[in-house]
Design a protein around this ligand. Structure first.
Ligand code: ZN
Length: 239
């Protein structure tokens, strides 16, 4: 038996666009344990095969329609027509249903981001895809690409927060505020990061999600301490 059979299994899918029926690999729940989790929830595994992020997107091998579980169930016929013209008609058959390496996983996210754009999925769905794609570049230590997709995720989460479309997802207001703070922190805007972290810490519903409130408080404190140290270093330098 292939040792990967312990970790991965074949899940059945029916393509929402062409109705092709196929199986695609998914990671069994609770099989792997990440050895590290970054403040933006990126998980690091010793063995990439255990990382569910690599198998988050499903790509129809027949037509190229690519999605995750957050995509809307049905779309109007005009959008079906657009998917046919922009995706299926240009698709060169490629199979992403088996074991994936990181470059293959990256390709599936780019396909899903394109499909999400054609289907006009919510900002929240796009943000989630961009954030995970940034993580894949983080594993590869490709800093410029990682930042490009973190920035896109941040822009989409800001739109999602403004338009409240995250309310259609499983994401809480506290979580989106926390992520906005964390992404601003990572992208070098400490003032905005602190503003979002304090929104979480002072939120009237903070008791409803103590984990998120705790994370925001930790990041807020770490940043305040770093800024204090930096000011002291600058003062010592000046004096
Ligand atoms: Zn299809």
């Amino acid at each position: 038996m292939d040792p990967l059979d312990n970790i991965l299994y074949d899940k059945k899918f029916i393509c929402a666009h062409c109705q092709h029926s196929f199986a695609s690999k998914k990671v069994r729940l609770r099989r792997g344990r990440p050895y590290r989790r970054d403040p933006d929830f990126c998980e690091h595994y010793e063995n990439h095969a255990e990382n569910p992020t690599l198998y988050h997107v499903v790509v129809c091998p027949e037509c190229g329609y690519s999605c995750n579980e957050s995509f809307r169930k049905g779309v109007p016929p005009q959008i079906e027509q657009l998917i046919e013209e922009k995706i299926a008609a240009n698709w060169t058959k490629k199979d992403y249903t088996g074991v994936r390496n990181i470059p293959e996983a990256i390709a599936t996210y780019k396909l899903a981001i394109f499909t999400a754009g054609v289907r006009k999925e919510t900002h929240c769905v796009l943000a989630g895809l961009c954030l995970r794609l940034a993580w894949l570049y983080r594993y590869q230590k490709k800093k410029a690409e990682e930042e490009r997709f973190l920035r896109l995720a941040l822009d989409e989460y800001e739109e999602s927060y403004q338009t409240a479309d995250y309310m259609k997802s499983s994401m809480s207001e506290l979580m989106i505020l926390y992520l906005l703070g964390e992404l601003h922190r990572q992208l070098g805007d400490p003032a905005k990061a602190l503003r979002y972290f304090s929104k979480v810490v002072e939120h009237p519903l903070k008791e409803s999600d103590p984990k998120m409130a705790g994370l925001a408080r930790d990041q807020w404190q770490t940043m305040r301490e770093d800024m204090k140290k930096q000011r002291e270093a600058e003062r010592d330098h000046a004096g």
